[in-house]
Structure formats: structure tokens, C-alpha cells
Design a protein around this ligand. Sequence first.
Ligand code: MN
Length: 401
Amino acid sequence: MSAIDDTHDAGRRSWVESAKHPGCDFPIQNLPLGVFVPPGETRARVGVAIGDSILDASAWVPGETLNGYCALPPVQRRDLRRVLVKVLEAGAPARPLFAQSECAMRLPAAVGDYTDFYASIHHATNVGKLFRPDNPLLPNYKHVPIAYHGRASSLVVSGTPVARPSGQLAEGKFGPTRELDYEMEVGLFVGPGNALGDPIPVARARDHIAGLCLVNDWSARDIQRWEYQPLGPFLAKNFATSVSPWLVTGEALAPFWTAAPAHDVPTLPYLQEPEPGAPDITVEVWLRSPVMSAPVRVSRAPFREMYWTPGQMVAHHTSNGCPLAPGDLIASGTVSGPDKENRGCLLELTAKGADPVRLPSGEARTFLEDGDEVTLTGYCERPGFARIGFGSCAGAIRPSR
Ligand code: MN
């Protein structure tokens, strides 16, 4: 695992002016990696976000994806962080930068496999209540991390428009979904990974988390309701999943790991993490309808409240010998907390449409309408440490094709 070291010193400053602003997502203590295409070019390369800019990092991380970076052993990921700190800290010679606003971003990795968990007990309970008021939480929930295999081919980078999908909505009914929803999630990019048949022990799981990002698991609730039994989500989810462009490294997150909530049933030994395993990330959802000039925040939730941690997800996923490869994406499931303002999707927030969200424009929403734009943001804050941001994960709804 990565420890707190001098690269996390809050007093450290960059020569990049915009990285010094207190509310900045990308101070020198963060240094997230991404894949960008500079203006006027077509070839993608690896860069590091600093303030409102990007430093070309292709000299240290070659290639057009971060898969090679993810495959590095943790000690080499730490060494790279040290190099980037040296290059960007005040006193080092200034280098050419690209403005983030002028660059096109790509997905951070070529994702071979994508898995989505269901790790928020608050989300599972709230959704369960809507469908089974007497028995909201299924009996397996506190014992086994629940997940399904998603679809890597429809992962898109933040900013990509999302077309309203059509599908079977009920018996005899095919057409555009009427219940289009977002799910606010945190994703993890798999590090070195494991060979077939070779489980990753929970004590080593954090070495296999190269970094985290934000994920919007767009969901069509009417399609989902009709198709999900007995095998789980299929076409209700795999039409598009948005991913934020910056991989916030496990090393940058070192100061923000906290103890996960206590379990009131015994956790099997293969899932018992030796160290605090819950990253303290606040995640937010912002919504803007076509008539609104600025987005409004509709929810905010603490990721540290998740019942299962990223390390437990990795250990569980590989416990049967299933191989994970560098750059695979594992999402957490909808991040919800105990309070109403913590609900990470519209299904929960509006209680299945019974209690619409009121927007400052005077409009109301039960589910998303064409032209609506959803933006996820995330950040870590702890007294004595620099704020670490995740950037954003945005997508606007286009009419069905
Ligand atoms: Mn999901």
C-alpha cells in the first residue's frame, strides 16, 4: 500500500500558477494521469493534470493508454510520482503546457473488462424498500459483495453525448426509455492484476488498485424492471457508461483512507482488510436542463460509507481465480448515504417518481429528459492536506435515434 510521504506536504507549491488556487482539483499533491489529444493533432498521449493545464508525460509513460502504467508494480508508480513532483514543483524550469480546455480527452485505459458492484448498503436498502417494503435488504447483502459483469465496449469518456436508448419496456412494448436515470459511482482501474486461478489476497488488494475515477452508470429503469430477473441488468445498462478522464492515483489518495463502517455480521476472513480501506471521497451530482444557464447540485454523498471497500471488491472478484488485467475497470455501484440528500440516482431521490426533484428553473424531474446534462464531481479533503479533486464526469442526453 502507499504511505503518506513528503509528496503529500500541503506546503509544496508548483510553478504552475493555476495549481496554487485553494479550490483547485489538481494541485501538485494530486498529479492524476490521463490520455489527451493536443489541439490540431490526432495522436493521443499520456499527460498529467496540473491546475487548469496538462503536462505532456509521454517521456515517462509512453503509449496511447494508461494500461502500461497500471501494470507497473506499486514501487514504480511511486517513483513516477516523485519524478513528476520534481518536474512540476516551484523552482524547476517551466515547461510547455497544454490548456485542458483546448485538448480532447480519451478514456484513460483500453478497458478489457468492466464490472459493476452494488456496494452501498444505503442504496441497496433504499432501492429495496421501493420494491419490497417489508424486506428491503436481501439476506445475502451483508455477507457477499454483489456485482454483475458490465460491458466494456460502451464505456465513453466524459463529455460524450448519450443517446436515449430504446428497448422492451414491458410486454408488447418497444420504444425509447421513459425512465432514463444516472448512477453516481466511483471506479477503480486495476493495477498489475492476477493470473487465472490465482486469487489476490485482501491484504495485497490495494497494490492492485492503480487509481480511482468517477463513473456514471446510465440506467433505463423501465427496461431494467422488465429484463432483470433472473440474470440481472443487461440492455438497461450497457448502452453507455461515462468515465471521468483523470486517473487519480492510489499514491495521491494515501492521506484519505479511513475505516469502513463496522459490519454487524461476521466478515469472512478472505474479505477482512488489515488496514483502513475506505477512501474518504465526497461525490456530487449536478444537473442542468436545457433552459438552465448553470447546473444545480442534486446530491452529495460520502464514499467512505460504502459497505464494501475497493480492496474487498478486488479480493472478492478474484477469490475464485477470475483474472483481472491492468486497466480493467471496477465500479462501486451507486454511492448513496444515510440522508435524502445523499441519494445517488433519480430512482432513489424521487422514490420511483413519487417525489420529483424541483429545479431552480421551475421545472421538475422524475427521470432525465432530452437535453439534460448530468455532471459528477468528486474530491477529498482533510485538515492539514491539500484538497485532491477528480475533475468531472459529464454527459448530455440526446433524443433517441
Ligand atoms: Mn451501477
